[in-house]
Design a binder for this molecule. Structure first.
Ligand SMILES: Nc1ncnc2c1ncn2[C@@H]1O[C@H](COP(=O)(O)OP(=O)(O)O)[C@@H](O)[C@H]1O
Ligand SMILES: [Mg+2]
Length: 170
């Protein structure tokens, strides 16, 4: 991830952006798919994509910059002492992630990689779900996996409804 500056037109003052740079040339299609998914969603609790740069190499995905970085690091740094996250802030973070994910559910996009490392905090400490590298559009009617027993499911990471129905998407 690199930092950059972006302006929509030359009279506008530049804004800070994050730039996801293609690491391996053979992953161009993957980054394009991620850009394509991001272009189809828009919500205050999702990291916004501003565009993709396909001319020249490496290919780049330009994203709104989340100044306070990943939630997992933030949680580790603010788990004790004076810097400890207040219950209000914890509740706000949970609500932010929940609203971002509820929006994804409503538009039929399955994130498939939700983890604190893929939730970013912006300059106002609001959470935004990011990293759409594994996301795909789909629904319950598409292919899914029905487990014969709970041993075959990644129980620690499952949503309660997937546990209850012993059914999860691929
Ligand atoms: N919009 C952003 N603003 C600030 N940092 C970012 C942003 N997007 C990604 N990062 C940083 O780059 C890291 C990796 O980005 P991510 O999209 O999760 O890529 P990967 O597919 O490599 O996991 C994140 O954990 C975060 O530290
Ligand atoms: Mg990630």
């Amino acid at each position: 991830m690199a930092l950059g500056e972006y302006r929509r037109d030359k009279d506008e003052s530049p804004m800070q952006v994050a730039i996801k740079v293609l690491k391996k040339e053979d992953a161009r299609l993957q980054l394009l798919e991620e850009a394509c998914v991001m272009a189809q969603v828009d919500h205050p609790n999702l990291v916004r994509s501003l565009g993709v740069c396909t001319t020249g190499r490496p290919m780049m995905l330009v994203l709104e910059f989340a100044a306070h970085g990943p939630l997992n690091d933030f949680l580790k740094e603010h788990s004790t002492g004076l810097a400890k996250m207040s219950p209000e802030m914890q509740m706000q973070a949970s609500m932010d992630v929940l609203e971002g994910m509820a929006y994804l559910e409503a538009v039929g996009l399955i994130h498939r990689d939700l983890a604190a490392r893929n939730v970013l905090l912006d300059h106002e400490y609001r959470c935004k779900v990011s990293d759409f590298g594994l996301a795909k559009f789909g629904s319950d009617d598409d292919t899914y996996y029905v487990a014969e027993n709970l041993d075959a499911l990644p129980v620690r990471w499952l949503a309660p409804e997937a546990l209850e129905h012993q059914k999860c998407g691929s």
